[in-house]
Ligand binder design. Structure first.
Ligand code: FAD
Ligand code: NAP
Length: 332
């Protein structure tokens, strides 16, 4: 166990902003943490690959970067339980499953991050969420140092949220998902069918769907290796039917989808674009020109500059449309 002091986190967040951790270490085995727990008392911060975090200040505590490896599968004739260490790269897990013909997470291809972070906000894209395949996870309660399994009914998964997003005292060490060996594809969302047609594929398989999703994502989303970002900065808001009817009076072309609890989900990106922010630059931060939900570090921006831009967008959208945007990105 090597603890580093006054450690730069710039290379450990996809926004590419500078922040320093008072202490930093990587964890490759769960028992290293149990050992550490008995010896330390300062605040712990858990880091995957930093693709959903905005650092706005230095971290006065110990940052633990989770690098627990390993993928195993237990299959019968119809299904397979796939277990992944929390440090496994999510996209590599998707490809590992696609290559073996395990169906269920192909629509979640190319989402950055680690397997251990996937339950935190119940990652989702193109009509599939982690909860659709989730079985259980193993986590350590950092207050007691005790580890146990948490089943789906304990995780309180919702739209980009879970029990673990709200309760931050748990370190997820591995996750287990249930996939199908029978091919059951979800093609109805967005441009998946159209993209498959463009790829001249009329009878798609699991691999084709993953490919189509990657094609769409690469065409719309900025690559964090080239320009700092954390994907969608805000969640898509869910509004009451009455509020939606009001909203529609001013914005007759607003797209809308069924939300939870009889609410209506509206795309935050549409509201931000209608408020005139799409493609706008403020200092070294900007709102992406192809997808207004994505905020960018154009180079050298601080986390605070990006947060200031987010706050300007949030208050403008609220005053124009009466809709409060909630951050999806974790602000540290
Ligand atoms: P981090 O950013 O390191 O951490 C996120 C949060 O999880 C933090 O609060 C952290 O403390 C906590 N955490 C991380 N690991 C653990 C652990 N092992 N135990 C306990 N807590 C932990 N998200 C989607 O849902 N759908 C998308 O389609 C999507 N597209 C994206 C596209 C781009 C270009 C980018 C940059 C991001 C996108 N995201 C998307 C957001 C992001 O990829 C996911 O939220 C991802 O799960 C974050 O993983 P991470 O390892 O980087 O987590
Ligand atoms: P899009 O297709 O332009 O659609 C805009 C929004 O409308 C989406 O965010 C989506 O909400 C909603 N939507 C569209 N079609 C829908 C349908 N058939 N049923 C229900 N909701 C629908 O979105 P995009 O920006 O290109 O992203 C495509 C997918 O990747 C989305 O699922 C998005 O969430 C995901 N994504 C997430 C992130 C992130 O950081 N969280 C970043 C990039 C992409 P949903 O978000 O609920 O799907």
């Amino acid at each position: 166990m090597k603890i580093q002091k006054n450690y730069s986190l710039r290379a450990h967040n996809t926004f590419g902003v500078e922040a320093r951790a008072a202490y930093f270490m990587t964890i490759a085995r769960a028992d290293e943490l149990l050992d550490l727990q008995s010896r330390r008392h300062e605040s712990l911060y858990i880091l995957g690959s930093g693709s959903n975090i905005l650092f706005t200040q230095d971290i006065n505590g110990l940052v633990l970067k989770i690098e627990i490896p390993g993928i195993t599968a237990h299959e019968d004739s119809e299904e397979v339980l796939v277990e992944a260490g929390a440090g496994v790269n999510w996209h590599e897990l998707v490809i590992w499953c696609v290559e073996r013909g395990y169906c269920g997470i192909e629509n979640l291809a190319l989402i950055p991050g680690t397997a251990g972070a996937a339950p935190i906000q119940n990652i989702g894209a193109y009509g599939v969420e982690l909860k659709d395949v989730f079985e259980y996870l193993e986590a350590i309660d950092l207050r007691t140092g005790k580890s146990r399994l948490y089943y789906k009914n304990e995780c309180d998964f919702g739209y980009r949220t879970s029990f673990f997003k709200i309760n931050k005292e748990y370190l997820i060490t591995k996750i287990t998902i249930r996939l199908s060996k029978e091919v059951r594809l979800k093609l109805e969302y967005g441009d998946i069918r159209k993209t498959l047609e463009n790829m001249r594929i009329d009878k798609p398989g699991i691999r084709d769907v993953a490919e189509a999703v990657m094609v769409i994502r690469r065409s719309k989303l900025p690559d964090p290796n080239l320009i700092g970002n954390a994907g969608s900065f805000f969640k898509n808001p869910e509004v009451s039917i009455q509020d939606f009817e009001e909203l529609k009076k001013g914005l007759p072309d607003i797209p809308h989808f069924p939300g939870r609890y009889d609410k209506v989900k509206v795309p935050a990106g549409f509201l931000i674009e209608k408020a005139g922010w799409k493609g706008r630059r403020v200092g070294r931060a900007a709102c992406h020109e192809k997808q207004a939900l994505v905020l960018l570090n154009l180079g050298g921006a601080s986390g605070q500059e990006i947060l200031d831009l987010a706050q300007k967008i949030r208050s403008d959208v609220q005053s124009r449309f009466g809709v409060l945007l909630e951050s999806e990105v974790n602000i540290w």
